[in-house]
Design a protein around this ligand. Sequence first.
Ligand SMILES: Nc1ncnc2c1ncn2[C@@H]1O[C@H](COP(=O)(O)OP(=O)(O)O)[C@@H](O)[C@H]1O
Ligand SMILES: [Mg+2]
Length: 257
Amino acid sequence: MAEPRSYPQELLIDDKLYHYARVLKDDFFSINLLYQNVEGEGYVLKLSDFRFVGGWIFRPLACLISHHEYRVYQRVANLEGIPTLGPRWGWRGYFHRYIEGKTLHEVTPHGELPENFFDRLKNVIQAVHARKVFYVDLNKQGNVICSTEGDPYLIDFQISLAFPIGAGWWERRLNPIFNRLIQEDLYHLYKHKKSFQLQQMTEEELQLAKRSKLNERYSRYFSRPYLRVKRLLYPHGSNEIIWYKWKKMKDKSIQMP
Ligand SMILES: Nc1ncnc2c1ncn2[C@@H]1O[C@H](COP(=O)(O)OP(=O)(O)O)[C@@H](O)[C@H]1O
Ligand SMILES: [Mg+2]
């Protein structure tokens, strides 16, 4: 848990009072806290931090990451399928609307998602692309929410890339690179559709759900070596699982005489 003094217990947003309710996610790199008002409306406070021993040394980096995410968010904030953006909190935090629902991580594969869920999610992703943002992190199921009304939402712009907007020489040069990169977002979209709604995949979508050469190279030269090193340290588990294990060990040591 973050130190209680590093986040507010209550605060006003648009003249409405919100109270701290609970932690939504807490891992090595950030903490997401839910705030609610009496009407049941919620905001999420996302605080960037390096939450391991000596992590405070990297606070300036956490500050840059948080500002980067906020800037990307500002570019896409008023789009359908993106939670409305709230105010910043200090150097390393910002608020955005809480979406009541389930992330793809929490959805059981069969039946829970509306039939047109991925078509609508594709519209959200394409609207993000139209603002010249390469989303990047779509392989994570925790970044896609199906609201209780069945609407798709995209969150977490921490590692997204906002390309320059305009028709100048520099922008024209970057366009082909941007157009190539955004295909990777669509690859992840169809990969998710394949695991949740295989029966509804068209032939073309099945083709698009295949790894591209670029993705294969990324996996070979970056992702797999990284996983190999990580597995030397921790044989199993994602960053989240490792964080929870580490927290338990720490709790035990606190109880020791
Ligand atoms: N606006 C939101 N509405 C609902 N849940 C959210 C929201 N923002 C974050 N969460 C919850 O917190 C988790 C982590 O948020 P995310 O922005 O993806 O942070 P991280 O960078 O740690 O992955 C999400 O998977 C989701 O469960
Ligand atoms: Mg995330």
